[in-house]
Design a protein around this ligand. Structure first.
Ligand SMILES: Nc1ncnc2c1ncn2[C@@H]1O[C@H](COP(=O)(O)OP(=O)(O)O)[C@@H](O)[C@H]1O
Ligand SMILES: [Mg+2]
Length: 328
């Protein structure tokens, strides 16, 4: 009652001549108050009917905006769950990955006092040890960066470098199955504007799928290139080709559907999330597959991203790159 009284008091202060309720399925979600009309007119029956219709539409628009917010939130929860699932896969093998170089380094340290004078021994093992320590430290960094949820951020990024990080993350998995990773990057690949963390999630999903599908001693090749679409728009393409069991033609469309999985313990979310992320970047994913031969995923990202969040100087940086691609 107190609340209603205060509402009545506020309303009487507002000096409203007409009050339009915003109703959604019989629930009051808001009120529009209208002051007196211009001139000396009073609100007619038609006016009020028109205002009621506007009120209905406003209520629907408000509800849509709310639903959209909810949808955005659920999407980000699903993405986070998928990241955690990938992390689970990756960390399982990580202990091994860390222990092996540590054993090597420890052996070196134990031998060192006896071989201190041996110049070749020193430089050889120092090289190996520092290389291994660097590798482990970037592995741990990549893992932490991937685990830490970050705000969406669009920035100019080097796709080849992001790929290297993800290859490092799956190295435990590929070593276990003795899968060879063949890299063939375009060295002059232009940097593009992406959300780094989201794009990592895409690469990791596609890579982990390739590892799952590829038998022991198989190969996964990763290629990057830039190309111009028929209409002339420049794109960057990342190709992942595996020598795995392939995807039956009748399922090629289904693999992007949420929860579609052909694995015993699959979530079926990886590709649907990846597809969504790539679409958010105004790109597209293409797939080619031959049963028992292998599968290729092509991730195509536009160089020129129209986005309200992109900064003006990003565009200037990119303009030079666009020009140089056009010249090729
Ligand atoms: N490289 C690949 N080779 C063969 N099949 C694949 C490959 N990538 C994806 N798939 C198929 O697509 C399905 C959906 O993949 P995804 O959305 O990542 O879910 P999940 O990996 O949890 O099953 C997989 O279950 C698999 O059948
Ligand atoms: Mg997957």
């Amino acid at each position: 009652i107190l609340e209603i009284n205060s509402v009545i008091e506020r309303m009487s202060q507002l000096d409203a001549e007409v009050t339009i309720p915003l109703l959604l399925k019989d629930q009051l979600i808001g009120i529009i108050n209208m002051g007196p009309k211009f001139g000396k007119d009073i609100y007619s029956h038609e006016d009020i009917e028109l205002l009621a219709t506007l009120g209905n539409q406003a209520a629907i628009a408000i509800e849509n905006a709310r639903l959209y917010e909810d949808l955005k939130k659920s999407k980000s929860y699903i993405r986070r769950a998928d990241r955690l699932a990938s992390l689970g896969t990756l960390t399982a093998g990580l202990a091994h990955e860390i222990r092996n170089p540590l054993v090597a380094i420890k052996t070196f340290i134990q031998l060192l006092p006896d071989r201190l004078e041996d110049e070749e021994f020193r430089s050889h093992f120092l090289n190996i040890a520092s290389g291994e320590v660097d590798r482990l430290s970037s592995l741990v960094n990549e893992l932490l960066e991937f685990a830490r949820p970050s705000d969406p951020k669009l920035e100019l990024e080097d796709i080849n470098a992001i790929l290297d990080g993800m290859v490092l993350l799956v190295s435990t998995e590929t070593k276990k199955k003795q899968i060879e990773i063949l890299k063939s990057y375009a060295l002059d690949l232009p940097p593009i504007i992406v959300d780094r963390e989201q794009i990592k999630q895409v690469f990791l999903n596609v890579l982990l799928n390739a590892v799952d599908a590829t038998p022991e001693n198989g190969q996964i090749s990763i290629k990057t290139r830039s190309f111009l679409k028929l209409a002339g728009e420049p794109y960057v393409q990342i190709e992942f080709t595996d020598t795995g069991y392939g995807i039956p033609t009748e399922y090629l469309e289904d693999i992007f559907t949420p929860f579609f999985t052909m694995k015993d313990k699959g979530s079926g979310l990886g590709l649907s999330i990846s597809n969504q992320i790539v679409q958010d970047h105004q790109g597209y994913i293409a797939v080619e597959s031959q049963l028992n031969r292998g599968t290729s995923f092509f991730i195509n990202l536009p160089l020129h991203l129209d986005h309200p969040r992109r900064r003006k100087n990003d565009f200037e940086d990119q303009q030079d790159i666009l020009n140089s691609i056009g010249e090729r």
